[in-house]
Design a protein around this ligand. Structure first.
Ligand code: CAA
Length: 398
């Protein structure tokens, strides 16, 4: 066990930190107020190689490990949640899933341009009537010659109106439950496929969140990922990657809340002393410190398992649950430390509080993670080997 980041990992962190400080930090308040950011920032992430960070070089990525990827997510969310969300859906839920499950032709057609950042990707599982119960989706796929015809709708899809490629899940046989689910890449421009944006969110306002609609969309078999009926496993292994990015990002949000709080606590005076001298303020600072440290350790444990290609569903779920709860509590305490100033957008902590709230719902609610953890501990949930396990990071497992 090594608690020090390598030189390469530190360089990645520095590169992403500088990118976020330069390209995003000056604009995040404006993006949040306007409830919009342009695709240009995601394209710039692509140009900097950030959208291909953990993808092997042979598929257009940088070939870096999961610790570096976690640090990138952390640095992005330190500046704003919306930037990390782009990494979560494009890299975590989509590209890393294609790396695990797609055939060579599909990797060349979809993964390579995504890793290079010339195509933007997202993931479509959740529906208006199916969130936590992911196997209850109603979007259907019907075989027609060498194609499939998709009908239905998806909701709460990050980057819905910005993405080019969509990893979508549909059922060939609803009565078969999760065994009927199949995965497809739907491409923007396919006839009958439309997207839209959802407005009025509590947080992640700058980020694009939307819906997808499929009206007799003809998808060639060459775009089916994995076998028929393998969709649920593909979706769950995608979520093992997505949750990891959310957990890593939550560490960044906790660090941002803590840094803002210590700065303010040293500047603001009450009763003749800086408020940092008051023990109840210190208690909130101390809780953030403990939360930051434990969250980071949980994320890095999951990262190490991923580096080695070891199944990490349990560890990733724990990291996601814990780190997101800590981030929400830290943002709330940061607002409290800032007093009335924390309630307005002159300081970034109110945005942090709004942004932290969603992560306790998306990529598995707090309650789903608690059930999963209890089931593992009680012996009710036992991971089975996968026919296509997650590949180790480049340079590991050789
Ligand atoms: N990887 C691969 N396969 C897996 C897996 C994983 N992580 N987890 C389960 N499977 C397999 C199982 O081995 C099992 O296989 P068999 O059919 O061979 O037995 C099969 O999938 C069914 O698994 P379970 O019996 O564990 O399924 P379940 O119904 O008991 O539990 C659940 C499933 C844990 C509740 C799951 O539905 C879940 O995690 N729900 C939450 C969904 C979620 O996180 N949605 C977020 C959507 S993405 C999002 O929010 C993105 C965004 O844009 C913001």
């Amino acid at each position: 066990m090594n608690f020090e980041y390598t030189e390469e990992q530190q360089q990645v962190r520095e590169m992403v930190r500088e990118f976020a400080a330069r390209e995003a930090a000056p604009f995040v308040r404006e993006w949040d107020t306007k409830q919009n950011y342009s695709r240009a920032i995601i394209d710039k992430m692509g140009e900097a190689g950030i959208l291909g960070l953990p993808i092997p070089e042979e598929y257009g990525g940088l070939g870096l490990d999961y610790i570096s990827f976690a640090l990138a997510c952390e640095e992005m969310e330190y500046v704003d949640t919306t930037l990390r969300v782009a990494l979560s859906v494009h890299v975590g839920l989509n590209s890393l899933t294609l790396l695990q499950w797609a055939n060579e032709d599909q990797k060349q057609r979809f993964l390579v341009p995504q890793a290079q950042g010339t195509k933007i990707a997202t993931f479509g599982l959740t529906e208006p009537g199916a969130g936590s119960d992911a196997a209850a989706i109603s979007t259907t796929a019907r075989k027609d010659g060498d194609d499939y015809i998709l009908n239905g709708a998806k909701m709460w899809i990050s980057l819905a109106d910005l993405a080019d490629n969509f990893l979508v899940f549909a059922t060939l046989d609803k009565d078969a439950g999760h065994k009927g689910m199949t995965a497809f890449v739907v491409e923007r421009g396919m006839e009958g496929f439309t997207t839209g944006t959802i407005h009025g969110k509590l947080g992640v306002r700058a980020g694009n969140t939307g819906e997808m609609s499929f009206n007799n969309v003809r998808v060639p078999s060459a775009n089916r990922i994995g076998e028929e009926g393998e969709g649920f496993k593909i979706a769950m292994s995608a979520i093992d990657q997505g949750r990891f990015t959310v957990a890593a990002g939550a560490v960044g949000l906790t660090k941002a809340a803590l840094d803002a709080s210590t700065k303010y606590a040293n500047e603001r005076h009450t009763f003749g002393v800086p408020i940092g001298k008051h023990q109840l303020v210190q208690q909130m600072i101390a809780k953030m410190v403990a939360g930051r440290e434990v969250s980071e350790l949980l994320v890095m444990k999951a990262a190490e398992l991923k580096n080695r290609g070891i199944r990490n569903t349990k560890e990733t779920s724990l990291a996601k649950w814990y780190a997101c709860d800590v981030a929400l509590q830290s943002a709330d305490d940061a607002v409290q430390i800032h007093g009335s100033y924390g309630f307005a957008d002159d300081y970034p902590v109110e945005r942090m509080l709004r942004n932290a709230r969603g992560a306790v719902i998306y990529e598995g609610t707090r309650e789903i993670h608690q059930i999963v953890q209890a089931e593992y501990e009680l012996g009710y949930r036992i991971d089975k080997p996968l026919n296509k396990p997650q590949p180790p990071a480049q340079g590991y497992g050789e």
